[in-house]
Design a protein around this ligand. Structure first.
Ligand code: BGC
Length: 766
């Protein structure tokens, strides 16, 4: 009797176990079968983020306070919730928590644009290896990064998060970034897929783009990152593309991303709740973020009324389960909450120094390090480490230029420093009085203050050198403006003029530090000053890195990942960009109101097609202030004659670079290809590969080898819906910038090659 009972019990347990399998890497199909419709829908919709009210966090225990989102657990089946947090200049979580004196600060690393300025894939991987360790050790499963939209126009408010105007550089940078983060066993989310090239009305803006420009410019970088680095996740953007929300566009999310590029991870929406949840899921968007109950209900209703099939639902759930079994949360990783912030700060400083771009140097740099310095500019104190919005990292400190300069051994003009300090204190008091603290997406930047010309004349007498720091801050939810942002303000112009006049009259040099997130106008004033250093927004240790460069402790080896035009309107995209749009009028990225279709706000015509950045400037011979790929060094380099060898697929090119100067340094070498005439109209040249030497001592040489496949030479033919590499004679050129080609050699592609793809994503015919 007892035996029979036990047998019955065992059978019962087995039955329950069969119906309730616990998720393992090897039983995903069993778990899928065991899931109810309610559970499946739940897994496709994120959980609400932990609320922070008056500094008190309320959240469930698997959440990490300050994380942007999560996925919901289904405990019955052993499916844990997972945690997603921003990026990209470091992990963004809340730095303090209720009930503990422990802190949870993260390292503020250099922004994406500075990383890209390094042109150094191993440097980027080193940075993101350290960053990913913080993701892991703070209990986060996916970093919502890198941001990798193309710099279509200098005024996009989030350009600092992104890499470049060039898809190859952007794609390679993103791939290196992803590899570094994911080497920690945590995931990335490459974003924003795709065409989130402006912040103005980003939730609704319809980007109207030709198939060629899409394939060659705006999707190419994502293609490279997906194929080379296999990011765990992709974030679909808020905006529309050719009439449809990107998150609901099957051609983009399934045909191109999965069928053509072989993406195997999950797609999640950017943080919003659009009505077409079912269409999103059906199109290949696996996860709705940040998620709410409506979306779960819509998916359930969609399955019940047949607007999404069981197979489509299961496809997404399977993707989610495959994602979850990779996460540290699922694998029970015991995170420490104690990453080595000190070591990571050193990584941030080193990377920032090397990646910085030296735009001008008329015998002013490096300094000796013991000079008396008149340090001008409010940004020397109100230093911009990163941008605003979700890309803003909660770091323990930001070194400013004043402290960095003192630390490096300089003596600062005290009365000037006191003057700036008094202004900042006054501003702080006013801010407190008027309660005009910045919010998370719009950190206020102090505007420049005038310094009387007579005071400057005095400072020119009593100091050895002037350093002027010009700053800009921007971020999510708003684009920059042409006036007083791309262009300098009147106060800034007067400061540059008066300081240059007075210091030059006294036989002393003037150095400008551009602490900016995006491109600014330089043509009208650059010749007034002796040196210009561009550290962008270089992270919490960035000011120390600037001092390292000023003293020559670090020889900068960065080069521009985009063009600095003479005038804003020289960019062809400027004709179709909301360049002086009033962001406060209600259609900034956070505005949702009723609207009449308005050009550049509700829709944006990408009329310039593929003529983005240097593709336009170099082909049409338009004068620029600083060209794509440009950057000086404290030493000089000579390039040998190149050798180009045709291979089975494309060619291999080598060049030997020699340090011909007096100090050690690294050189970025850019490989540009010009295609044979005839067929599709093409830019005069396009970047097809790049490399960077190791640090070469004076007189030392290194041979760099770069490979370019036939597919990489191809352009997109819309009529044939195919990539085509034309047969004929190509020119392979090595350059120190797109306008400074040092040597070239021919390459002959004997036979034309084509790669047909799906005819998707065409603009609607109106
Ligand atoms: C941003 C994303 C970010 C997300 C989560 C969105 O508003 O566009 O870049 O990852 O918020 O914070």
């Amino acid at each position: 009797m007892k035996k029979a009972f036990l047998t019955l019990l065992a059978a019962g347990v087995a039955l329950v176990a069969a119906a309730q399998p616990q998720l393992r890497k090897d039983n995903i199909e069993d778990v899928l079968k065991a899931m109810t419709l309610q559970e499946k829908a739940t897994l496709l919709v994120g959980g609400a983020r932990a609320a922070v009210v008056n500094g008190v966090t309320s959240g469930v225990d698997w959440n990490v306070p300050g994380a942007a989102g999560n996925t919901r657990p289904i405990e019955r089946l052993g499916i844990p919730g997972t945690v997603l947090a921003d990026g990209p200049a470091g992990l963004r979580i809340q730095p303090t928590r209720q009930g503990t004196n422990d802190t949870f600060y993260c390292t503020g690393f250099p922004v994406g644009t500075l990383l890209a300025s390094s042109w150094d894939l191993s440097l980027v991987e080193d940075v993101t290896k350290a960053m990913g360790n913080e993701v892991l050790e703070y209990g986060v499963d996916v970093l919502l990064a890198p941001g990798m939209n193309i710099h279509r126009n200098p005024l996009c408010g989030r350009n600092f998060e992104y890499f470049s105007e060039d898809p190859l550089l952007s794609g390679k940078m993103a791939a290196a970034y992803v590899k570094g983060i994911q080497s920690n066993g945590v995931g990335t989310s490459i974003k924003h897929y795709a065409l989130n090239n402006q912040e103005t009305n980003r939730n609704e803006n319809d980007a109207i783009v030709s198939q060629r420009a899409l394939r060659e410019i705006y999707l190419k970088n994502f293609e490279i990152a997906v194929k080379e680095a296999e990011p765990w996740t992709v974030m679909s953007s808020y905006n529309k593309l050719n009439g449809e929300y990107t998150q609901q566009k099957e051609g983009l999310l399934t045909t191109v991303l999965r069928d053509e590029w072989g993406f195997k991870g999950i797609v999640m929406t950017d943080w919003g709740n659009k009505a077409g949840t079912v269409k999103s899921a059906k199109s290949g968007n696996d996860l709705m973020e940040p998620g709410n109950q409506n979306e779960i209900d819509r998916i359930i209703a969609g399955v019940q009324d047949g607007s999404i099939s069981q197979e489509e639902l299961d496809r997404n759930v399977r993707n989610m389960l495959n994602y979850i079994v990779r996460t540290p949360r699922f694998n029970g990783y015991k995170f420490s909450n104690k990453p080595d912030l000190k070591a990571h700060a050193a990584v941030a400083r080193k990377a920032a120094g090397e990646a910085m771009v030296l735009l001008r140097n008329e015998g002013a740099l490096p300094l000796k390090g013991n000079e008396k310095v008149a340090l001008y500019g409010i940004s020397a104190i109100d230093f911009v480490a990163g941008g605003t919005g979700s890309g803003d990292v909660n770091k323990a400190y930001v070194v400013n230029m004043e402290d960095a300069m003192k630390g490096a051994g300089f003596t600062l003009d005290k009365s000037l420093a006191d003057y700036y300090k008094a202004y900042i204190d006054y501003d702080k008091a006013q801010t407190a009085l008027n309660n005009t603290q910045f919010s998370w997406f719009s950190r206020r930047k102090l505007s420049e203050i005038a310094i009387p010309a007579a005071a400057i004349e005095n400072e020119a007498r009593t100091n050895d050198v002037a350093v002027i720091v010009l700053g800009r801050n921007a971020g999510e939810g708003a684009d920059r403006r042409q006036i007083d942002d791309f262009e300098l303000t009147t106060v800034e112009r007067e400061l540059l003029r008066d300081v240059s006049t007075a210091f030059h009259a006294a036989g002393k040099k003037v150095i400008v530090v551009l602490n900016v997130g995006g491109v600014i106008e330089t043509a009208s004033w650059k010749n007034m000053v002796d040196a210009i250093v561009l550290p962008w927004s270089p992270g919490q240790e960035g000011a120390n890195a600037v001092a390292d460069v000023l003293t020559g402790k670090v020889n900068p080896s960065g080069k521009l990942p985009m063009t600095f035009p003479v005038n804003f309107m020289d960019h062809p995209s400027s004709a179709n960009f909301p360049y002086n749009y009033n962001q406060n009028a209600g259609r900034g990225g956070f505005g949702w109101g009723p609207r009449q279709p308005q050009k550049d706000v509700d829709y944006t015509n990408y009329e310039e097609g593929i003529w983005v950045g240097y593709r336009h400037f170099a082909t049409r011979g338009v004068e620029v202030s600083y060209p794509f790929g440009y950057g000086l060094s404290y030493t000089s380099f000579a390039y040998s004659k190149p050798v180009v060898k045709a291979g089975k697929d494309g060619f291999t090119a080598t060049v030997t670079v020699t340090n011909t100067g007096k100090v050690a340094g690294k050189e970025v070498v850019e490989l540009y290809v010009s295609a044979p005439a005839g067929g599709l109209e093409k830019p005069v040249c396009e970047l097809k590969a790049f490399g960077k030497t190791r640090e070469l001592k004076p007189g030392e040489s290194q041979t760099l080898t770069m490979k370019v496949s036939a597919y990489e030479l191809a352009s997109f033919n819309e009529a044939a819906s195919a990539w085509e590499a034309a047969a004929g004679n190509y020119t392979v050129a090595f350059g120190a910038s797109v306008n400074d080609i040092r040597c070239s050699a021919p390459f002959k592609l004997a036979k034309a090659q084509t790669w047909p793809v799906h005819n998707v994503l065409a603009p609607e015919v109106k």
